[in-house]
Design a protein around this ligand. Structure first.
Ligand code: NAD
Ligand code: ZN
Length: 397
């Protein structure tokens, strides 16, 4: 079968490999029809990951969907031919973490000791996302093995043409992540919300915040084309966009946000991640020697958010982050929540919202390419070429 593999920093290779086989009675083998590239994949693509956590030939991809091809003996609610979306993380559905709906912290899906060293605790396993998160093969391929299939696959209706792959594929991750960002920030009717990052996650977070009745939504990025794109896709009545680059020399983003909301936003959401933000990673662990970026998103958030406000972090961070203004966090009495998204907590409700046209995640998809063109797809998404916001890869089935 054809698969998209990591071969080094900025080195994506589409190769022929053996098809996966059922390895456990709770497995499904999925015939993938579409997969997406996530901002999280860019951390792997650019090599901003702990040394040794990726191996040449690792199959990438954690946002994908397709048709059930083979079913393990213990899988009762799925049959060959069912159309399903797969969630990005792998959870068992039965352990202590899963019983508390903390699926991305599942005890059973990841036994990496490297992960334990880095976080001092284990996170769950993810498809196609390094040996830190279980070393599971990803879904940017013709076929993929899905463990604990009843827990990790969501059946989607096949009968309606309007439920094309583009309508539902983002339930695998970024739509649920956008919703999770709003849930963690408790975004409610009448709130003012500022979102850092106008990538697929940030734009969909803005869409979800508008759906939840936010009075004003500020979307902040440094790429003008992404803000222009967001303005065309979101409800203009409550949207304000801010280009961080334009405010570099006039007091910065924090001052610009206060210009719109003098008391500060009720909720600030981080949808950027360490890939860009000014983080000094613990070098002994990370062996990366990263250059810091002048933009310091978390501290912009702490100084901007209103007193007693809420901070929600879905942008991915790894290891130690220094120069964190903990004093500001404490003195302003802030609440902060962060985490990888427990997709299964939300995806059934969000599927209904898509069916009712309350949410329309496909608006962020700008590019569709064949799986074979994955190297180019990673490049245009990472380098922000051709107005790219979100890429979906299609297999040739
Ligand atoms: P993306 O890379 O397309 O978007 C990030 C955006 O941030 C870009 O548009 C970039 O221009 C912008 N940016 C960079 N520096 C900035 C700054 N200083 N201020 C404001 N904006 C800035 O990625 P994405 O797919 O939208 O994902 C966003 C983040 O969410 C990534 O870190 C990704 O790893 C993370 N993520 C988390 C989860 C989760 O479960 N928590 C799931 C999916 C993605
Ligand atoms: Zn993702």
């Amino acid at each position: 079968m054809t698969a998209v593999t990591w071969s080094g920093s900025r080195d994506i290779r589409v190769v022929e490999v053996d098809r996966p086989a059922l390895a456990h009675p709770e497995d499904v083998i999925l015939r993938v029809t579409s997969s997406a590239i996530c901002g999280s994949d860019l951390h792997l693509y650019t090599g901003n990951f702990p040394k040794g956590s990726m191996t040449k030939g690792d199959i990438l991809g954690h946002e994908f969907m397709g048709k059930v091809h083979e079913v393990g003996d213990d899988v009762k609610n799925l049959a060959q031919g069912d159309r399903v979306v797969c969630c990005f993380d792998i959870s068992c559905g039965r352990c202590d973490a899963c019983r508390h709906e903390l699926y991305t912290l599942c005890d059973k899906s990841n036994d990496s000791t490297a992960q334990e060293r880095l976080y001092r605790d284990k996170s769950g396993g993810y498809f196609g996302y390094s040996h830190l998160t279980g070393g599971w093969a990803g879904g940017q391929a013709d076929y993929v093995r899905v463990p604990f299939a009843e827990q990790n696959l969501l059946k989607v209706p096949s009968e309606h043409e309007r439920h094309g792959d583009l309508d539902v594929i983002l339930l695998s991750d970024v739509l649920c992540t956008a919703w999770h960002a709003c849930e963690m920030g408790n975004v409610s009717k009448g709130d003012t919300v500022a979102i850092w990052g106008a990538g697929p996650v940030g734009i969909l977070t803005a869409q979800c915040a508008q759906h939840r009745g936010a009075k004003k939504v500020l979307l902040i990025d440094q790429e003008k084309y992404r803000l222009d794109f967001a303005e065309r896709r979101l409800d203009p009545r409550s949207l304000v966009t801010l280009n961080g680059r334009q405010h570099q020399h006039d007091g910065g983003v924090a001052k610009a946000v206060r210009g719109v909301l003098p008391h500060g936003p009720d909720v600030c959401i981080e949808a950027v991640g360490f890939h860009y933000a000014s983080t000094l990673l613990h070098k002994a662990e990370m062996s990366l020697g990263l250059e810091t970026d002048p933009a310091d998103v978390m501290n912009e958030i702490f100084t901007t958010v209103r007193k007693g406000g809420r901070v929600s972090v879905v942008g991915v961070y790894l290891g130690y982050v220094n120069h964190f203004n903990f004093g500001c966090f404490m003195e302003k009495g802030l609440t902060m929540k962060a985490g990888q998204t427990p997709v299964q907590r939300y995806w059934k409700d969000l599927l209904k919202k898509i069916e009712n046209k309350d949410l329309e995640p496909r608006v962020v998809i700008t590019h569709e390419l064949p799986l074979e063109d994955a190297a180019r797809a990673y490049q245009i998404f990472n380098d922000k070429q051709e107005g790219c916001v979100k890429v979906v890869l299609h297999t040739r089935f």
